[in-house]
Design a protein around this ligand. Structure first.
Ligand SMILES: *Cc1c(COP(=O)(O)O)cnc(C)c1O
Length: 219
């Protein structure tokens, strides 16, 4: 079973890196997957999932939450400020905090709602125009700003450029996190989660290797 295979590979990578078994959380990325595949993974006992669109998640997760206890839902895609409240009500963690306006909005809503998801700052390690995230050179300042807002900042997240060696990006993200005293590292996807674990990933985001190809190419 793909889920079991991935768990086995994660455990092996943890061991090879000299890390504790279970120190890496597997986020099963269910975006654009048919409900029956998601349900099959829920039936196998898995509870940590990732989605990249608020709208799509709002359509499918309330129903699953009614039927399965203990679901831990992570937003891994870009967040518009006008969807922040909905995202904060639906998700347990947001991995895409990447600009002051969004950080301030989340801080204000956290006061109003009396709760705040765990937050990760997304860093655009490849400095790609089309990609979200703060630039590496601006990361320290933005992290300080988030702390100044009293946000529950757990770590950093990156999505390496498709055509580059991901390890370089994982190492850069780990370095920025270390110098800022953050221990959460959301990095590694289906094709590269083992090298992410070797470089300190605490959260890997694995979609197609668990569920199979996505139904639409749009994600
Ligand atoms: C889709 C997605 C993933 C999962 O990608 P796979 O290659 O299917 O494992 C991980 N992270 C983010 C941010 C994504 O959008």
């Amino acid at each position: 079973m793909p889920l079991e295979d991935i768990r086995t590979r994660i455990a092996r990578a943890e061991k090879e890196a000299g890390r504790d078994t279970g120190s890496v959380r597997l986020i099963a990325v269910s975006k654009l997957q048919p409900d029956d595949r998601v349900e099959a993974v829920l039936e196998q006992g898995h509870r940590v999932f990732g989605e990249n669109r608020v709208q799509e998640a709002a359509g499918k997760w309330p129903g699953f939450k009614d039927r399965f206890d203990g679901i831990d839902l992570h937003l891994i895609g870009p967040l518009q400020t006008n969807k922040a409240r909905q995202a904060m009500q639906l998700f347990d963690a947001i991995h895409s905090v990447d600009r002051p306006k969004l950080a301030r909005t989340i801080a204000r809503l956290a006061q109003e709602e009396g709760r705040c998801p765990d937050l990760f700052v997304q860093v655009n390690t490849g400095e790609e125009d089309q990609k979200a995230g703060v630039l590496p050179a601006e990361a320290d300042e933005f992290i300080a700003e988030c702390r100044g807002l009293d946000l529950p900042l757990r770590g950093l997240m990156c999505i390496p450029p498709l055509d580059e060696e991901p390890s370089l990006h994982f190492a850069l993200l780990a370095k920025i996190a270390a110098r800022n005293g953050l221990d959460g590292l959301s990095m590694g996807m289906s094709g590269d989660f083992e090298s992410a674990i070797a470089l300190g990933a605490t959260h890997v985001r694995v979609g197609s290797a668990i569920f199979g190809e996505r139904v639409s190419a749009a994600g």
